[in-house]
Design a protein around this ligand. Structure first.
Ligand code: FES
Length: 68
């Protein structure tokens, strides 16, 4: 199962063999694998695929309102 532009969700536990040969392991029941390669915790998704661009004329988010 994969969210378009987002992570691939797989049932755990999983072992991912990375390009350098190291193995990343997770015992979680569901694991989000990064497919965009922007994650700071690759091969796991850290939601960096969502980006931080704000639409023009969009109302401020709740966290932006709190910061004001
Ligand atoms: S898919 Fe989520 S950070 Fe890459």
């Amino acid at each position: 199962m994969q969210e378009p532009g987002g992570p691939m969700l797989v049932e755990g536990p999983v072992e991912v063999v990375q390009e350098d040969g190291t193995i990343a392991r997770s015992d979680r029941p569901v694991v989000a694998l990064c497919t965009c390669r922007r994650s700071l915790i690759f091969p796991w998704c850290d939601t960096s695929h969502r980006g931080r661009k704000k639409k023009r004329n969009a109302p401020p988010t709740a966290s932006e309102r709190r910061a004001e």
